[in-house]
Structures are given as structure tokens and as C-alpha cells.
Write a new protein. Structure first.
Lengths: 299, 299
């Protein structure tokens, strides 16, 4: 059986694992979405800038209300503190290369010209939550080529590779900032209050998914009316609350299913479904088969 | 009349002007050697790494005992804390582009992987005082091309130029470190004691050039015998003490000559020459004409 991965997050859903080391604050990961619980990457955010390059399959990223479908060879830059989640499209086997960078790695030190002029207005700028890199033209191809070379130097680690990686990433961001000069020029900071509120809602859902969740109780957590709360949740995650909760319940049910000592009806009850048939229907919708077929496939 | 430039140095001969700013700690200068006092750059050193690209003429750099002749298109990297001086060859009109970099600009912060693994063993490494870049092969041409692009971005300053310059320089140093992997791998630190001793000798010469300087008195400053002192001075500057002192005296005489209110004999005496004819001879050797011809040429 494959090891299931979850992204460890703190009570704010910020990722707990740091990316890279203090002495070399960036890293390159290779992720197989099949290894994540529920074969998808749950909604999370972090201060690091993340650049995802799709190496295989087709994946849908959700950035606020924007849904982006990426196929092999395309890339997505996710800005600091932008909630993002990912699911495979059409059950495709998705392999991702993710380059995760603490912005200090690029700008050197707070107060440097590079920090003040470019990274401070860019990082978390709400007008640039993400940038799709499709490689449609020569300049686009060059940017993707820079990312490919970062990946290669990180894997092969020749003498001095850290310098080369920083050089390639600075060239990459030089091009990104040039393309977005106007937006970087007059940015508005990310809304910390909104992120805090989203975190409260997600915390509540994760604590109560095993029960019936009342929209009224949920909305009360953030002092909003039911409609405002629904609208806000959709704005920030791109999903309705119902959809998010069902996705989360299915994700939580998988380890119970694989453990093999509970019936489907028991699992449905533990994960907050009102009946075994509702669980089976939600399961089929997401996993392309019923729980038993899933178990056969996994074993 | 041209403005005469001297390099301002403190009592340790370290340059007093900082290169670049704290927020962007590198700069690119364009120097005309004719604008320097005596048309040459006096012996000095600094912690910044300096990369000189010859844009016109032929120039001789003196790095310790090594004498390097550079012509148009060639470049020289001078390591941290390495005493260097420059004179034009055959009275040629020398134009230099110098890229001066505080190493922190490249390695980010003390303790970073890049500082520990590469810059700490490289900066001031006595086995690599300087590196000549001749562009004899494709890889050499590429390094010179990187420097040319640094110069262009510094002059034209498009949006994001700081990132591009850092990217280019990191690529340049990646290649330099790869070429010198073995030396960087097991470097020996620059000898601070030697630099301190050289500074004492130069201070003494600069304070007493107007008088007859006794080798015994000079050597006593650094607690060396006369022979050891002479050998040490030559080792560090590539010049004999006599030669250095005459060069310095000629340099000091130029502003007096140009001021026009002293006779050649008076100037010779003020700058420590034992006679007007000795002054004239030393002058002709260096300046390619006698003092009067020099004045005619300058006015």
C-alpha cells in the first residue's frame, strides 16, 4: 500500500514544514498526487512563493475563485499567502515538480533595493495571486526553460549549484516582474484579516466534519450572516461550503476504509454522512468508483 | 585642465569611498586613467571584489609580484584585500569599466550555504589573488559577455535591473568557482598580518617622501632587517621600495607643477628628490617628457 501524505498545517492552515533550510532557503520537491490523502492537495497557504511545474497528467488548481487547468509542461506561480488546492483531472496520474522559495533567498535582506522595489510590492499582492506559465511564445518557453534548469541543478548538485539556482531564479523573477510591471508598481497588500477569517472557518469544518454542520453556527464563528459567509467562503476557496465539506469528509474516510476494520456504513457515520448511500454517491463522484472498487484497486 | 582624481584611502590604504549603497551593494564605474593623479592608479586594496574590464588601451596591473598586461576586451578579477595598482602601457589612453561588488551582495547573509561553501574560502584566498579573463575560448567569451551585460543593465536600468545584475554576477561567479574548484575547496585565508605590515610601510613612505628615506628606519617600523624588508615589499607590491618611492614622489609633484607658482628645483626639493636633474630624469622616465613639456601638454 502506498504511503499516504498529508500536508501538515498549523491552526492557521499554514504549512508547518519549512521549505529549504535557513542556510539555503529554497527547495525543489517532486510530488505524486496519488501519494496525498484523497489524491489531492488540500487548501493551504504559506509565505513562500511556490512554482508548480506539471511533469505528467492534468491537474486543476483552485486559487480563490479561479480554477486553472494545467497540463504537462505548464507551470503556475502561486504568490505568498495565497490559499491553493489541487486535484487531478479525469483521474490522471499527476506528477508535479514544485519549486518553493522563501523570498529572502532572492532579495537578500529586508530593506535592500530588491526587497523594497520588487518583492515587497509583489509578495502577497492581491492583484497577482498567481501567474500561469503556458509557454505559448518564445519568452514563455524561456521562462519554463529557466525552471527546468533550476530542477536539474537541484538534482545534480554540481559544485556551486546554489549560485546557479539563485541566478536562474533571479532571471526568472526579473522576467515575471517586467511582465507585471504595472501591477507590481502599485500593489495592494494581501488581506491578512480575510486569511484569518478563512482559517477560522476551515478550523471549524475540520473539527466538526463528523457531525452535521450548521451554516448558522459556522457563520457565527466569523460574525457573518449565512449568505455573507457562503459568499466569502466561495470567494476565498472557489468551492461552496457543502462541496468543500464533502471533499474533506471523503478524504478523511480513505484511511478508515484502508484500515479495513470498519463497515462502509460505520465509516459514513464517522465522517459525517447522513447515510451509507450518500457516502457512496459522494465517493463515486470523486473517486470514479464505489468504496469496494477503490479497496480492490488499492490492495 | 582635467580634474585630477586620487583614490581616497585611510591610514590602512583601504579605500574610503564605499562601493554601491547599503541597499544595493555593487557599482559599475567608468574610469579614464588620464584622470588619475600621475595617470595611474596607486597601490590600494579593499574588501570588495573588483572586476576590471579594459575598454580602451593597454594597461599593466601589478598584483603582488605578478605583472599582468591587459588589452582592450580583456578583464581581471581582483580578489578581496589584494593590493593592486595600474599604469598605462606605452602612454596609451586607458579606459576601464570596473565592477565593484561587496561580496554580501552575492552570498546574501553570513552563514548562508553560499557564503560558507564558496565565498568564505574564495574571498581573500591567497592562492587566488586575481584571475585573468582573456576570452580565448568559448567559455571565456561567455564570462566576458556576462560582464558586458552587467555593464549594460547598470547603465540602462530597466525595471528590475538589480535582479538581472545579480543573476548575471551569480552566473559569472558560478563559472569562476567551477574553474577554481580545487583552490576554493582548500583555501588559505588572506594574511592580515602581512597587509597590516605593508600598510605601515606605505604609511611611512607617504609621510616621509619629502625627505631622504632610510631603509633602516623604514625596516625598523615593521621590525624587519633591511633585506627582509626589501624582499617583503617587493613580494607584496611587485615594486622595489626605491621604485615605489620615486613613482609616489612624481605623483605628488604633479599638482605642484600644475599650480605654477613653484620652480622645478623647488618642487624637486619638496618631493624629496636630491636634485632638479634627478627629478627631471625620473619624470621623463615615467611621463615621457620633461616637466615643462608636460605643462605645455596639459594647459
Amino acid at each position: 500500500m502506498m504511503e499516504q501524505r498529508t500536508i501538515k498545517v498549523d491552526h492557521e492552515l499554514k504549512e508547518l514544514c519549512t521549505h529549504g533550510t535557513a542556510a539555503f532557503p529554497m527547495t525543489v520537491n517532486h510530488d505524486d498526487l496519488l501519494c496525498f490523502q484523497g489524491s489531492c492537495m488540500a487548501c493551504h497557504w504559506h509565505e513562500d512563493i511556490e512554482i508548480i511545474v506539471v511533469r505528467r497528467g492534468t491537474v486543476r488548481y483552485q486559487i480563490y475563485q479561479q480554477s486553472l487547468v494545467l497540463t504537462k509542461g505548464q507551470a503556475l506561480l502561486v504568490n505568498s499567502n495565497v490559499p491553493h488546492s489541487a486535484v487531478p483531472v479525469d483521474n490522471s496520474h499527476v506528477l508535479l515538480c514544485t519549486i518553493i522559495i522563501q523570498p529572502e533567498f532572492l532579495y537578500g535582506f529586508p530593506g535592500s533595493d530588491m526587497e523594497r522595489k520588487y518583492f515587497r510590492p509583489f509578495c502577497g499582492n492581491s492583484r497577482i495571486p498567481c501567474i500561469l506559465l503556458e509557454g505559448k511564445d518564445e519568452e514563455g518557453q524561456e521562462k519554463l526553460e529557466l525552471l527546468r534548469r533550476v530542477e536539474t541543478y537541484f538534482q545534480e548538485r554540481p559544485f556551486g549549484f546554489e549560485l546557479k539556482i539563485q541566478s536562474l531564479l533571479l532571471d526568472f523573477f526579473f522576467r515575471i516582474f517586467s511582465d507585471n510591471q504595472e501591477k507590481v508598481g502599485r500593489g495592494t497588500a494581501a488581506d491578512g484579516e480575510k486569511l484569518r477569517r478563512l482559517q477560522i472557518l476551515l478550523d471549524y469544518l475540520h473539527a466538526h466534519y463528523g457531525e452535521t454542520v450548521s451554516l448558522q453556527d459556522l457563520a457565527a464563528q466569523v460574525h457573518l450572516g449565512r449568505e455573507s459567509c457562503s459568499r466569502f467562503f466561495k470567494e476565498m476557496t472557489g468551492k461552496t461550503i457543502t462541496r468543500y465539506l464533502e471533499d474533506y469528509r471523503i478524504g478523511q474516510s480513505l484511511p478508515l476504509l484502508l484500515a479495513g476494520n470498519l463497515t462502509v456504513a460505520q465509516i459514513a457515520e464517522l465522517t459525517g454522512f447522513s447515510s451509507a448511500s450518500r457516502y457512496a454517491r459522494a465517493f463515486r463522484e470523486r473517486m470514479g468508483g464505489n468504496p469496494k472498487e477503490y479497496l480492490l484497486h488499492k490492495s
